[in-house]
Design a protein around this ligand. Sequence first.
Ligand code: URA
Length: 235
Amino acid sequence: MMRLDKMLSHCGYGSRKDVKEYIRKGQVLVNGEIIFDDDFKINEEFDEVIVFNENVTYHKNIYLMLNKPKGVVSATFDNKEKTVLDLIDEYKSYNIFPVGRLDIDTTGLLLLTNDGALSHNLLSPKHHVSKKYYVEFKGEFKESYYNLFLSGIILDDGYKTLPSEISIISTYEAFLTIYEGKFHQVKRMFKSLNMEVVNLKRISFGPLVLDNNLQEGKYRLLNENEVTMLKNNEI
Ligand code: URA
C-alpha cells in the first residue's frame, strides 16, 4: 500500500505539492471513483489510477538507457561537473543511479536504474559482463598486438587484464570488447602498447546494445525484452 500522492509523484506527475493540487481539484480517479484525499492509500500494483484521463502504470523499478555525451560525469552528484542525472527530466523520484562509470570524455551506452540487485550483479567482477567499445586511437597498431589483447595486457600498475577481443576497422579505429571494468581500462590498455585513445564510445553492455536512434544526451526506458535479457545475464 502506498499514499496516492506519493505514487503519482513517483510516476512523474510532478512534485508532491503538484499532485496534491490535482487530487484536491478532483482530477484523480481510483478504481473509477474521484478521490479528493491525498492521504488516500492505494495498492500500487493492482488499483486502477487515472489522472487527466490517463491510465497510470506504477513501476517499482526503472531502467533507462542513456547515450552519454562528453562533459558529464557518471555520478548522482558532483560539486563541479554536470552529472548524467542532470540529463534526466523524469524518473528522478525513483532514486536512479548509473550502473558503473564512463569517463567524462567517453560517450555511449550507460544504464541507469534504481534496481540495486541488478546493478550489483552486472558490476560484480565474478560475472565478467562484456562491454564493447568503439575506439579511435593514435599510434601504430602492430600485427603482434592481436595476441596481446587476446592473452591479456599488462597495465601501468602491473595488473594483467583478462583476455579481450579486438577488431581493427581502419588505421585509427577499432572495436574492443572487455570483460571487466578497471579504472580507465581501455585507455590504459592502448597506452601500454604506445597508442593513445582519442575517442571512446561504449556500444554495448552485456546483452544491451546502444539504440542507434538515441542521440547523445538522450535516453529512453528499456523495453521488457531488454530488461529480461539483462536479468537473465545475472548468474
Ligand atoms: N575505459 C576507459 O578508459 N574509459 C571509459 O570510460 C570506459 C572504459
